[in-house]
Design a binder for this molecule. Structure first.
Ligand code: HEM
Length: 227
């Protein structure tokens, strides 16, 4: 890679914004793929376990995971950096005018939703990724979703993700200069659609919680989950 170009990505404000935008779009893409993967839960145990086992046993996966980690770290670092810069360069009284001039809930809460997603992701990886998988992924996921507290965290995490992307996706395209009177409404609608799709993560967890409740009502058994 051209070293001057790489240097400019870090040392200039526009470069940092571009890194934030590209990494954000890549993370959005990962979220769509991950959502599709998890829809396999509805196809049943064999389909879900088959896919996740295949994924994790593939030697290429570790490099994809490392790539994802680099993208994630780059997004956090540039995000915080750009935020601090914007704050320091903002005209006086900016905070009081934050809600004027087209601000949305999504744009005004980016920092809070980012923190919530970080917490949620750490919790998610500690409970699903870096644990013993001998019981099988399907069993692990569906038994975790028997806990209302666990599902509550998933619903809150998915809501934070949806809110974050409702601003993040279109803002990324704008930063990269991909705005055009004809295509901007389409880009905005596409970004919003990706954001709304994130609610799917909450719906999956709620489905398995409700499924367990229905099975318990049918059989008369009470399932007690201690977590
Ligand atoms: C219904 C909700 C979800 C379920 C059932 C689920 C399930 C899983 C499972 C079983 C794994 C480990 C196996 C694998 O790597 O594929 C995993 C990994 C992962 N999940 Fe999720 N996930 C959900 C939502 C999310 C959300 C909302 C995020 C992001 C905020 C996320 C981010 C990740 C990441 C970064 C990994 C590690 C990727 C990897 O190691 O390949 N997941 N998830």
């Amino acid at each position: 890679m051209d070293l001057t170009f790489a240097k400019r990505l870090i040392t200039t404000s526009i470069g940092r914004k571009a890194v934030m935008a590209v990494s954000g779009l890549l993370l959005g893409g990962f979220m769509l793929v991950h959502l599709a993967e998890n829809l396999l839960l509805f196809k049943g145990e064999t389909a879900y376990n088959g896919w996740v086992d295949l994924l994790l046993s593939n030697p290429v996966t570790i490099y994809l995971e490392l790539g994802l980690l680099v993208i994630f770290v780059a997004h956090i670092i540039t995000g915080v950096w750009v935020r601090i810069e914007d704050f320091l360069n903002a005209p006086r009284g900016y905070e009081a005018r934050r809600w004027q001039g087209g601000r949305t809930i999504g744009s005004a809460t980016m920092l809070y939703t980012a923190a919530a997603i970080l917490f949620y992701l750490a919790y998610h990886l500690l409970t699903f990724r870096f644990v013993d998988h001998s019981m099988g992924f399907y069993q692990m996921v569906t038994s975790a979703f028997r806990s209302p507290v666990f599902v509550g965290i998933y619903v809150a995490g998915a809501a934070a993700l949806a809110l974050h992307l409702s601003h993040g996706m279109q803002s990324a395209f704008q930063t990269l200069g991909l705005s055009h009177p004809k295509y901007t409404p389409l880009i905005k609608a596409g970004g919003m659609a990706v954001a709304v799709l994130m609610v799917g993560f909450a719906l999956i967890s709620l489905y398995f919680l409700a499924d367990m409740d229905m099975k318990a009502a049918e059989t008369g058994y009470q399932v007690v989950v201690i977590r």
